[in-house]
Design a protein around this ligand. Structure first.
Ligand SMILES: [Zn+2]
Length: 593
């Protein structure tokens, strides 16, 4: 109410000081400040809203009894790599080389490494596809549960609570097998699966102990061991995916892996090496680029099929790894998993694989029912990456236009220049052209910078971490703001106070305008539904463009208000007039001396 009264009093009263109406400058500055702060808060909160829980109906399903256990894995044909009579004593080691790109996996040098018996063990090598968003936590959850992000609700690393879905580790524990995990830096897997991997040791010492004697007698001490290393991912984030530090990190990882293969007993040991996502060349992941989505898979030793072509798994999702690990461990697949066994890389009894696939089909039907769809792929299209929402995009456009109208109303009508009707028409049109043209400079420059920079509107642009990315974007957008608003200040240096105020109002609307439009096209101001991958990241970009632009305009409008207030007492030029007038005043002084 008070604000409305304020606007009314400004509109009616204070035209006395030649268009110097500091109240209106303050109001527009406040709007710019509010838009800047709100868009910045939105950007900060938006990725934190991505994660959700799986449907309660699904989690309520009863656990299968021990009777549902798969038959023990057994050898059946000549092509089977190793006799499997020792299945109870078999050991499965899953190594997750965080961030390892598919095209860099060859540098691990695993293909030509003989095992304990001096012969090359069975080795299957293929490529899987990680689902968007290609962050680590969704990747871990997909590998362990066989449930992709669109169904699990785990969409980025802000997912903190334990995973509620069934996992390979839980099935193994239920079957009486022991599980353990070790990481070189992070406790992520223990946090996600505390019941199953709770005893995880982490840190350099534990990691060196676990990898140093891997596959020696009594090592690992558990039936299933997860080894997680982030040295490659770290180096890629810092130096780029094709840099020398990455090559060194891959080589050091390869060296302990090769040593482990040299100790492995190909009759009872299986080594699975994979990664959660790749990286773009300059380092960064989260998007849908081929180098980020494609992840390598090596399956070495017992259960692995010899001599597979590298493209045998082309297009198969990372969620297919969970049932594959389960059949290698001789357990039931995770009961929520929708993945299917990776048959081309496995040399196991087909009855085992059929049983695992049957379990996958049951789970797919359960998911489809829980999500009210005929089948899980339809449910995945609904729950997964969406498309632009043109109708809400129009609402966003209306909001952006409404914002501009509102700001112009706040700026008020110009009270100056009583000129003849014809000249007024021409002057008004020219004024509008100048007003809109200068206001368009900032959004055009800002969006050109953010979209032309590799990789454009993609979560992979985040690179190392969000604060570093935000700082980099702030500096880049500040460059755009300084150029664009410099042009704006010069263009309106000689205009009347009222016209300057209107031009500033249009500039604020233009700086903030893309934000509601993009949020509208995305379909929702927050994560769910996630929307189209590029548009989803454009929500972050539009918020940043709006917050930086409005931030600089708040400063300019604040200065306008201070100068106008001073000018209400004594005639003083506006910020722009003062700026433009300084050299001339000095020149005049020099002449008079
Ligand atoms: Zn990473």
């Amino acid at each position: 109410l008070r604000t409305t009264a304020g606007i009314a009093s400004i509109g009616s009263g204070d035209d006395g000081a030649g268009g110097r109406r500091p109240g209106r400058d303050v109001l527009i500055a406040s709007c710019a400040c509010l838009l800047g702060v709100t868009s910045a808060i939105h950007v900060a909160l938006y990725p934190r809203t991505f994660n959700s829980r799986p449907p309660a109906a699904l989690l309520g399903e009863p656990e299968p009894g021990p009777a549902a256990e798969l038959p023990a894995t057994g050898a059946s044909t000549a092509e089977i790599s190793a006799a499997d009579d020792a299945a109870p004593g078999s050991r499965l080691v899953l190594v997750v080389v965080d961030g390892l790109r598919d095209d860099a996996a060859g540098a691990l040098g695993l293909e030509r490494t003989p095992a304990r018996d001096g012969a090359l063990p069975a080795l299957a090598r293929c490529t899987l596809e990680a689902s968007w968003p290609t962050f680590s936590t969704p990747g871990y959850v997909t590998m362990a549960t066989g449930v992709p992000p669109a169904l699990s609700g785990v969409h980025n690393n802000w997912f903190r609570p334990p995973v509620e879905l069934d996992s390979v580790f839980a099935r193994a524990r239920a079957a009486g097998r022991s599980t353990q995990a070790v990481g070189d830096e992070t406790d992520d897997w223990r946090r996600l699966f505390p019941e199953e991997l709770g005893g995880q040791e982490s840190g350099a010492m534990a990691f060196a102990r676990a990898t140093g004697g891997l596959f020696a007698d009594g090592m690992p001490a558990t039936d299933i061991l997860l080894i997680h290393t982030v040295v490659v991912d770290d180096a890629e984030h810092i130096s780029g995916a094709t840099s020398a530090p990455v090559a060194r990190a891959i080589e050091s990882t390869g060296s302990w892996l090769r040593a482990a293969i040299g100790r492995m007993d190909p009759v009872r040991d299986t080594l699975v090496v994979t990664s959660d996502h790749g990286h773009i060349d300059r380092g960064g992941h989260g998007g849908t680029e081929a180098s980020v989505v494609r992840v390598p898979l090596f399956l070495i030793g017992r259960g692995g099929r010899r001599g597979t072509a590298p493209d045998v798994c082309e297009g198969r999702p990372l969620s297919d790894l969970a049932p594959t690990l389960a059949v290698l461990a001789g357990t039931q697949p995770p009961r929520h998993g929708v993945g299917m066994v990776l048959r081309p890389v496995l040399a196991l009894d087909s009855t085992v694989l059929d049983a695992a696939d049957e379990s996958g089909r049951r789970s797919r039907a359960t998911w489809a029912a829980a999500l009210g769809r005929a089948e899980v792929d339809a449910a995945l299209t609904v729950e997964g990456p969406g498309r632009p929402a043109p109708f809400t995009g129009l609402l966003g456009l209306a909001a952006a236009i409404g914002l501009g109208r509102f700001l112009l109303w706040l700026a008020g009508r110009p009270s100056d220049a009583q000129v003849t009707a014809g000249r007024r028409q021409a002057g008004r049109a020219a004024g509008w052209v100048r007003c809109c043209a200068t206001a368009a400079v900032y959004p055009l420059l800002a969006w050109s910078i953010v979209l032309l920079l590799e990789p454009g509107a993609s979560f992979s642009a985040k690179g190392d971490d969000w604060p570093a990315y935000a700082l980099r974007m702030f500096l880049l957008l500040s460059g755009a703001a300084v150029v664009a608003f410099g042009i704006h200040l010069v263009a309106f240096a000689r205009a009347s106070r009222d016209r300057i105020r209107r031009a500033r109002a249009v500039a604020v609307a233009a700086a903030a305008g893309s934000w509601p439009i993009v949020v509208g096209l995305h379909g929702s101001p927050f994560g769910a539904p996630l929307g189209e991958p590029h548009l989803s990241f454009a929500v972050v970009l539009s918020g940043m463009v709006a917050s930086v632009g409005c931030g600089y305009l708040t400063l300019i409008l604040g200065l306008d208000a201070v100068l106008a207030r001073a000018g209400a007492r004594r005639p003083v030029p506006t910020a722009a007039e003062g700026f433009a007038a300084v050299p001339r005043t000095q020149a005049r002084r020099r002449e008079s001396n």
